[in-house]
Design a protein around this ligand. Structure first.
Ligand SMILES: [Zn+2]
Length: 542
């Protein structure tokens, strides 16, 4: 070290993709470019004021007096497998920029943790491997992941510090990334010597059980907090896993990072894993199907309108297992719409965003005051042609594949046509702030449904999506949102109740309906005989 030391320089890069290997929509270069392959100050401009992981890495400059140089970052909507060409182009440029800008004191990687490419089933590990090869063994690398990461020993082994969001819905992305950067800075300064231990359990956590405020995650996160409070533990993580990636690393994992003490890290990771494993019976949840959920919601909305609270009928039974709807109703007040979560077409999990399962059922059952949002560029063009105030009959939805219902014939009047830009300064899932839904049409149908049609695929994580299109969410009786956990921060603000719905699709809750070829076996709950610790398993690789 020279007497006058230059400020610590950290390179920032990332490719963030949650890969649903059952989706027919490939993540090709256009898929990433459509969301933005951002370089240098474009990254600052897009994410600097957000609450995302990238924002947390950038905040390290002010928090720790270091220089963070954003190199390349791309986030794309969850979808099918990343094409070989997209992976090589993007990761090739990341590595090139890291090499060209070096030497670095450290590197910060914002990854998802559940990325799969055509060539690399563990695409995140391949990113880490290449970056490690570029900077050499001695440069600290910090990596932050989404809580849906399928963490693998290979991913962790290439990093110095790995972190994972600790909330689902994800409201702490910025905070966790900043923590990761802080540990990297302390490592560079020689203040700490991180050692990591990863413990995978042979289990997949169903999506309807992933909300961190509700059991079993509430207790698992309490264990995580306890570990983080142990002396000598620098940080720790629980990765819930992403069950629709048919790859070997798919499943739940536990990570502890200790200061120089390998045994402490290993003990902490194993303790969390063992405690979670004991709760595995709670990893499975059953929620009502479309007709049952809609009938229940219709009654609940009627009761809410008359101020009677939730209906005391048999229909209330299926929702109770969903996620304690009674307590949520109290939080939001009794008068708002009932929000149905379209579990099988979860846009934030790789759903196509055009499932008509709930719309078709709502029409068939004569449900009034129903709203859904469909990704349907052709329908938007038809509405554009009709113009605001125009009446139109058309088929909507179900254009991506044959697994999310059939196109539904509707007749209606075009209420608004908008550009689809919207901004949400409130905390959103993942911390996103700026949204582009593309040309957007609102259609009021003759049978009292409101359909928001979009040109681009956007997860329903902001109410501004409705208000920017001229729709007041409080004016509806029932809103269908294509997500499970991620819409909650937004929709809980208006919902009288939230009901999860067991709809079919590429993000369906019941994993037994998927044909897996590459995942580990046995894996709970698909193979209930799975045991942990796994017999004959080697000691943790990292
Ligand atoms: Zn996630």
């Amino acid at each position: 070290m020279s007497a006058i030391s230059a400020p610590i320089r950290l390179g920032l890069a990332g490719i963030s993709h949650e890969t649903n290997t059952f989706s027919v929509v490939p993540a090709d270069l256009a898929w990433f470019a459509d969301e933005g392959i951002l370089r240098g100050d474009e990254i600052r401009a897009t994410y600097g004021t957000s609450l995302t992981d990238v924002a947390g890495f950038l905040a390290a400059e002010e928090a720790f007096g270091v220089v963070v140089e954003p190199l390349l970052f791309t986030y794309a909507n969850p979808s099918g497998t990343i094409t070989a060409a997209a992976f090589e182009t993007i990761v090739g440029e990341i590595v090139e920029r890291i090499r060209a800008g070096g030497p670095w004191d450290g590197v910060l990687l914002a990854l998802h943790g559940a990325a799969v490419s055509e060539v690399y089933p563990d695409a995140d590990a391949e990113v880490v491997r290449r970056v490690r090869a570029a900077v050499g063994p001695d440069v600290p690398i910090g990596m932050t992941n989404d809580m849906h990461a399928n963490l693998s020993p290979q991913m962790v082994a290439g990093t110095t510090v790995t972190t994972v969001y600790r909330t689902n819905p994800h409201l702490d992305a910025r905070e966790v990334a900043l923590e990761c950067a802080g540990l990297i800075v302390r490592t560079i300064k020689g203040e700490v010597r991180p050692v990591q231990a990863l413990e995978q359990i042979p289990a997949a956590l169903e999506i309807v059980r992933q909300q961190t405020a509700v059991s079993p995650m509430r207790e698992i996160c309490a264990d995580l907090d306890a570990v983080r409070g142990r002396p000598g533990i620098l940080t720790a993580s629980v990765a819930e896993g992403y069950p629709w990636s048919d790859v070997e690393k798919m499943g739940m994992a536990f990570l502890a990072v200790a200061d120089g003490d390998e045994a402490a890290a290993r003990d902490a990771a194993r303790w969390m894993a063992g405690r979670a494993w004991e709760r595995r019976a709670e990893f499975v949840g059953r929620v009502p199907k479309a007709d049952e959920a809609l009938r229940y919601a219709d009654q609940a909305a009627a009761a809410a309108a008359t101020g009677e609270g939730a209906p005391a009928t048999e229909a209330a039974a299926p929702a109770t297992e969903a996620a304690a709807p009674a307590t949520e109703a109290a939080a939001a007040g009794p008068s708002g719409p009932v929000v149905l979560m379209d579990v099988g077409d979860n846009i934030g999990g790789g759903g196509p965003g055009d499932s008509t399962i709930l719309l078709e059922a709502a029409q068939r059952l004569g449900i009034r005051g129903f709203l859904c949002i469909l990704f349907d560029p052709a329908a938007v063009r038809a509405c554009d042609a009709a113009g605001v105030g125009g009446t139109i009959a058309l088929d909507v939805g179900a254009h991506t594949d044959g697994r999310h219902g059939r196109p539904v014939r509707v007749t209606g009047r075009v209420r608004t046509l908008t550009d689809g830009h919207f901004e949400d300064p409130e905390p959103t899932h993942g911390g996103f702030r700026f949204f582009e839904a593309g040309r957007t049409a609102v259609l009021d149908t003759t049978n009292d449904a409101t359909i928001i049609l979009t040109t681009r695929l956007v997860a329903p994580i902001s109410l501004a999506q409705l208000t920017a299109a001229g729709v007041d969410p409080r004016s509806l009786r029932i809103i269908a949102a294509k997500g499970v956990v991620s819409p909650r921060p937004a929709y809980e603000r208006v919902a009288s109740e939230i009901v999860l719905v067991d709809t079919p699709g590429v993000t369906a809750n019941d994993l037994a309906g998927f044909h897996y070829r590459h995942r580990r076996r046995p894996l709970f709950p698909l193979e209930p005989e799975a045991v942990y610790p796994v017999p004959g398993a080697a000691a943790p690789a990292v």
